[in-house]
Design a protein around this ligand. Structure first.
Ligand code: GLN
Length: 206
């Protein structure tokens, strides 16, 4: 066993706004170390994977720009840093978005088109159970969620609900319209941690 395999995976969690604590709790329960990313200095810590949580994508994009985090995080994601993105985080990763007038850029590293607030603004919250490729039935919590209108060739569609794509994987990026961190099922986070542990990108120096 390599010394790396004996270490805990180090996960950076974007903690500007939104539902980041729940991701941290789940990842810690699975044996990972988490650190919150709020400012540039937080990017100096070793990072095997990155979580982009749910929340408000417009606020998150603005804060990424204002706090000077955007360029470095964009570079690392484009370079192959494993990412788990949920809901607003999915909007941050998407190349294109409809119903999104935000003037600040997202990372645009995932070749999909998302529809923001696709289920309606206020009443669009619900829980349902559907199959997720490779894992089987999963309880999915949607909160003012987007869905994916179109995925480019090469994007692996992991789940659809009512003919709308709600989960994808594209190389090192997992994008979900729902919130797995709000349930008890840890399987998606386990898949992400495995990806982070096995990634050749991990721990690359700046
Ligand atoms: N509606 C939010 C947005 O567009 C996303 C909601 C969520 O992350 N639960 O940014």
């Amino acid at each position: 066993m390599s010394s790396r395999a004996a270490e805990k995976p180090q996960i950076g969690v974007l903690a500007l706004q939104g539902a980041f604590i729940e991701h941290e709790d789940m990842l810690k329960r699975l044996g990972a170390d988490c650190h919150e990313i709020r400012e540039r200095a937080d990017l100096d810590a070793p990072m095997d994977g990155l979580v982009l949580p749910g929340g408000e994508s417009t606020t998150q994009k603005k804060l990424l720009a204002d706090l000077g985090l955007y360029d470095e995080l964009h570079r690392r994601i484009a370079d192959g840093l494993p990412v788990l993105a949920t809901c607003a985080g999915l909007i941050l990763l998407a190349k294109d978005a409809t119903q999104d007038a935000c003037p600040y850029p997202g990372f645009a590293t995932l070749p999909i088109r998302v529809r923001r607030n696709a289920y309606g603004r206020q009443l669009g919250s619900f829980v349902t159970t559907h199959d997720l490729k490779g894992l089987g039935p999963i309880s999915m919590t949607f909160i003012r969620a987007p869905y994916i209108e179109e995925a480019s060739p090469g994007v692996d569609v992991l789940a659809t609900v009512d003919d709308h794509i709600v989960a994808v994987k594209y190389h090192h990026q997992i994008g979900l319209a729902f919130h797995p961190e709000l349930g008890k099922d840890t399987r998606i986070h386990q898949v992400f941690l495995k990806m982070a542990e096995e990634s050749p990108h991990s721990r690359l120096p700046l």
